[in-house]
Ligand binder design. Structure first.
Ligand code: ZN
Length: 358
């Protein structure tokens, strides 16, 4: 986490770019979900690997970006659509919040952040209402909370799937499996977003504020990392899949501070990605993302040399996103407990109407 005096001084002068944050484009998100599927250990439910299921999970990697294309402002603001895709980590200390102790309750955090923002107005730029129709500019993003909530939804889906597999009808089992695929796929989008360091920083569209190192202020840097460089480098699933290793469940020790253990693990992941922000800008400055022509306004996605260091970095980020996603899926599976309420209801149903009598 950046907390040096230099950064604290920089926070006072940060001006957010008016260019909106984007995500890995569909190809990158799809790839991360596919890498995560390949990382699942053998004991994970096999139905997720059936061709139609695997394609469904890959397709859903793009779902939260599709939600952005409707004009409905409440959805554009809400967790499902816009602010769930990122976390501008530097805005937490700017609001007096320590990322190491931040609440795992989304609304508790929102209340604390709003109060902190109001108490430290000098750390935040004025908001232009004309560019804030969806009322998102007030917020630093909520991606760790979104992932935590999807994790719990996945546990829920596994809970009732297991119970239906014991006592349900074929239709109920099929529906429960479809729900598992849906939650896995959509959750993958947000985990992958965090594997792009420019999703977890104020410097998401070029460096902002004091810039003694002379990092790029090019406001298309984010888009180039999301999609342009991947396309130019021609990174494909076929070359990354052999590098996937079997995922293990995340260690989730009980906590004395009341914070959700999965949330803490996700925040650790986000903060680790935030520590890559300055390195990624150093790489850009050194020409390692092969974007010289793009910065001059010359489209360069389909030709030209690709720097091997930039390519290696990007491959590593995609693989890291896939491994983390698989670990979250496995953790949900391992931590699923029986749905005792549903089981009781199904036993009553069975007693009232034995299978032979249906
Ligand atoms: Zn996104």
């Amino acid at each position: 986490m950046k907390s040096s005096p230099l950064v604290r001084i920089a926070l006072a002068a940060i001006v957010l770019s008016p260019v909106v944050v984007r995500a890995w484009d569909y190809d990158g998100h799809r790839l991360v979900n596919q890498l995560a599927l390949a990382a699942l250990p053998p004991e994970f439910p096999a139905f997720v690997h059936e061709p139609a299921s695997a394609e469904r999970i890959a397709f859903l990697a793009g779902e939260p970006d599709r939600w952005r294309n409707v004009p409905d402002l409440p959805l554009r603001q809400a967790g499902g659509s816009w602010t769930d895709h990122f976390l501008d980590v530097e805005q937490l200390p700017a609001a007096g919040i320590d990322p190491a102790t931040v609440s795992s309750f989304r609304l508790d955090f929102a209340v604390a952040f709003a109060a902190g923002r109001a108490a430290h107005p000098q750390h935040f730029p004025a908001i232009d209402p004309a560019k804030n129709s969806d009322h998102t500019r007030e917020w630093p993003g909520f991606v760790p909370w979104a992932i935590t909530e999807y994790y719990a939804k996945l546990k829920s889906s596994f809970m009732y799937l297991k119970t239906f597999e014991e006592l349900g009808t074929p239709e109920e089992i099929a529906n429960a499996r479809a729900d598992v695929l849906y939650v896995m796929g959509v959750m993958g989008h947000y985990v992958a977003d965090c594997a792009q360091p420019l999703h977890v920083t104020d410097h998401h569209n070029g460096w902002v504020g004091p810039n003694p190192a002379g990092y790029t202020t090019w406001n298309k840097f984010h888009t180039w990392i999301d999609s342009g460089f991947i396309q130019k480098a021609g990174i494909t699933p076929a070359e990354l899949l052999p590098r996937v290793t079997p995922a293990r469940a995340l260690a989730l020790p009980a906590r004395s501070d009341g914070r959700d253990p999965l949330f803490v693990a996700v925040m650790d992941y986000v903060l680790a990605e935030n520590r890559l922000v300055e390195p990624i800008y150093r790489m850009e400055k050194a020409g390692q993302f092969s974007n010289e022509l793009e910065k001059q306004g010359l489209p360069d996605r389909n030709h030209g040399p690709v720097n091997p260091a930039g390519r290696a970095f990007m491959e590593g980020q995609l693989l890291q996103g896939g491994q983390m996603l698989a670990s979250v899926w496995v953790t949900a599976w391992r931590n699923t407990v029986p749905d005792t309420y549903l089981r009781t209801q199904l036993l009553k149903r069975q007693a009232a109407s034995p299978p032979a009598a249906r």
